[in-house]
Write a protein that binds this ligand. Structure first.
Ligand code: PSU
Ligand code: MN
Length: 313
């Protein structure tokens, strides 16, 4: 763990003993977010997936650290009982950078988005984080100004985020433009195409490419050696057997977006609403694909964390 000189932070940041030990010994650790558990998938698939992802990371030789706000603390590394509790909670706040202080101060339960998970992973000294898809620039953002705080966070917190691209419900070209403006390396893993979450190819080129975990670890180490700070996005396409072709998905996304507009869904509620509607519109196929891609990202994150800890123990 990072050494803090702030005893109050030590009280508020509870890192699981397995995670503390792994970090102290320079062994690989992979952070995981919790909004995908509370707002991204329905119970009990959320819990099954959270547990499966942790097992995938252990099998890959790393220690999983799911992050959430529980009992007035930032918890880095949850045990099974905590995961069960979180997965079944009725009222849990979706916590991004802006919400973190208020939710923590109030002692409310909170699940961390990509942005908040990056902040907490960095506080604990974790360099690699696996998720499904990051938030980005929403379609219609020219009018709504809806741009996920995940993008700014990728520019700020020094954590490598392994994902299947940005969610297909977003405006992917604008998302890539903003990442470029913010100076965030976007690395296609084994691919020249920027993935579109449910499908392997968005039709957009990915700016950078690596083919091995060690190449990714080298880019991470070099970025931070240069003092550039901030994060990296590792865009890992969904396995071919699990993908839903982009054109099949696009029609459903159009319908879900129309419903969101008709019902006046705004702000933080947009992403959970769209994911829920897509699950219904695809008869569950979008959820099956989501589970597959998160697990695929967890496996890659474990090998990147291992490669990074060999380089920078
Ligand atoms: N990826 C998923 N499911 C999710 C999310 C990502 O497969 O539920 C969550 C992440 O926590 C991400 C958040 O940070 O959605 C983005 O929300 P918003 O667009 O409101 O910033
Ligand atoms: Mn938003």
């Amino acid at each position: 763990m990072k050494q803090t000189i702030n005893p109050e932070l030590d009280d508020r940041l509870q890192v699981h003993p397995d995670v503390v030990q792994a970090l102290a010994e320079g062994r690989p650790v992979v952070a995981l977010e919790s909004t995908i558990i509370t707002h991204g998938m329905p119970f009990p698939r959320n819990l099954e997936t959270a547990l499966a992802v942790e097992t995938d990371i252990r099998t890959g030789g790393a220690v999983p650290a799911t992050i959430a706000i529980l009992d007035g603390c930032i918890r880095v590394g949850l045990d099974e009982a905590d995961l069960c509790r979180l997965a079944d909670l009725d009222a849990v706040a979706k916590v991004s950078r802006a919400d973190l202080p208020a939710v923590l101060a109030a002692g409310q339960p909170g699940s961390t988005t990509v942005a908040a998970t990056m902040i907490c992973a960095d506080l604990a000294g974790i360099k690699v984080f696996a998720t499904g898809g990051i938030g980005g620039v929403h379609r219609g953002a020219a009018l709504s100004f809806d741009v996920s705080a995940d993008l700014q966070e990728l520019a700020r917190s020094p954590v490598a985020v392994v994902c299947a691209g940005a969610k297909a419900i977003l405006d992917l070209p604008k998302t890539l433009e903003v990442l470029e403006t913010l100076g965030v390396p976007v690395i296609g893993f084994g691919s020249d195409a920027f993935p579109a979450f449910y499908s392997r190819d968005s039709g957009l080129a990915v700016p950078l490419r690596c083919d091995t975990a060690d190449q990714v670890a080298a880019v991470m180490a070099t970025k931070w050696m240069l003092g550039l700070g901030g994060g990296l996005m590792i865009a890992n396409p969904i396995p071919a057997d699990d993908e839903i072709p982009a054109d099949a998905m696009e029609a459903k996304i159009g319908l879900a977006l129309e419903e969101a507009a008709a019902q006046g869904i705004q702000g933080k509620a947009v992403t959970p609403f769209l994911l829920g509607r897509l699950e219904a519109l695809t008869q569950g196929a979008s959820l099956t694909a989501n589970v597959a891609l998160v697990r695929n990202n967890a496996k890659l994150a474990a090998s990147i964390a291992a490669a990074y800890s060999r380089r920078c123990p």
